[in-house]
Design a protein around this ligand. Structure first.
Ligand SMILES: [Zn+2]
Ligand SMILES: [Zn+2]
Length: 343
């Protein structure tokens, strides 16, 4: 079968022919319907994050059950499923709560999940090590559902934990309207009554944010002008939440300037920006956090919302063979919503 392979930092991906896996006891083989192309893959390919070369990329996956390993119950061949991405040990306290993204034994597992050290879903088939990592899609098409497993789950997890702050008289700033950001805007619209300001350097993405429910859009290319524009909207109270889906230095700098007191500064973008967090460097009561991905039960919640049409990933489909070109497009900021590779 064909698979998009990670060949080491600084090396281009390749489309290789590799053997189709056979599921062992407890494992499940999924025929991939779609695999989302995530910006974090670019970090995997360009930075020393400790990943060994020689695995299949793709950590946002959905498809149909192709084969059940011995002893697997609760699924039938042909069932449409999403693959939960962060694979934990399955038995620690965090994993028992379904929060495998915070698995206590993560360091001893050898990799973070399929497409992040283990073979992922940019291939005809993907081997999933345990049935607990699958979420039934019901009527949802796997090609549309694939991005939900990260691009929607990550902002959902980040937003859900701060919902009590998001009252109708508050303002949230979402920075970066790419794969995660365009889902974040929709999720905020569905889950809260807060006013939403979307920031991006690309006017097309801002137009997209407005369609998806943002009340205000601000071009953030000029940080000074963007700071003034956002402060004019939020007033002295400042933003109650800055959800930074980019995480580069300019978005850190902008976030620091618009947050209010007793606020939350949530960084989900892997851009490597930095803030000197100490007394006086942020408004009083501001909590800074870096939530990672989301829980399995939360993926079920996201999928339920998508099935009911309350959120929708904007996807552009490409053949699997075009993986390298799609990564180039993503790097150049030329993808609106989420690119999905179709084997
Ligand atoms: Zn991702
Ligand atoms: Zn665990």
């Amino acid at each position: 079968m064909k698979a998009v392979r990670f060949n080491g930092v600084g090396k281009p991906v390749s489309i290789d022919d590799i053997p189709k896996p056979t599921p062992g006891p407890g494992q499940v083989l999924v025929r991939i319907g779609g695999a989302g192309v995530c910006h974090s893959d670019l970090h995997v390919m360009e930075e020393e994050l400790g990943f060994q070369a020689g695995f299949t990329l793709g950590h946002e996956n959905a498809g149909w059950i192709a084969e059940l390993g011995e002893g697997v119950q609760g699924f039938r061949e042909g069932d449409p499923v999403a693959v939960y991405g962060p694979w934990g040990c399955g038995h620690c306290h965090a994993c028992q709560l379904s929060m495998e993204n915070y698995c206590e034994n993560a360091d001893s597992l050898g990799a973070a999940g399929g497409g992040l050290g283990f073979d992922g879903g940019m291939a005809d088939y993907m081997l999933v090590p345990a049935a607990r990592l699958l979420v039934p899609l019901g009527t949802l098409d796997p090609r549309v559902a694939a991005p939900l497993s990260d691009a929607a789950l990550t902002p959902y997890h980040a937003i859900k934990r701060v919902l009590p702050l998001l009252t109708g008289d508050t303002t949230v700033v979402v920075l970066g309207i790419g794969g995660l950001g365009h889902m974040a805007v929709q999720l905020l619209r569905v889950l809260s009554t807060a006013r939403i300001i979307a920031g991006d350097v690309d006017d097309a993405k801002l137009a997209h944010a407005r369609q998806r429910g943002a009340d205000h859009t601000i071009n953030t290319r000029d940080i000074e002008a963007a700071t003034t524009a956002i402060r004019d909207i939020v007033g002295p109270r400042g933003a109650v939440l800055v959800l930074d889906c980019v995480g580069i230095q300019p978005t850190f700098d902008l976030g620091a300037r618009v947050l209010g007191r007793d606020s939350r500064w949530t960084i989900v973008g892997l851009g490597g920006g930095h803030h000197d967090f100490r007394f006086g460097s942020t408004p009083y009561g501001c909590e800074m956090c870096t939530p990672y991905w989301g829980g399995r039960a939360e993926l079920m919640e996201v999928i339920a919302m998508a099935r009911d049409g309350r959120i929708k990933a904007e996807t552009t489909e490409f053949p699997l063979e075009q993986a390298a070109q799609v990564y180039e497009k993503l790097k150049a900021g030329k993808i609106v919503g989420r690119a999905v590779l179709i084997p």
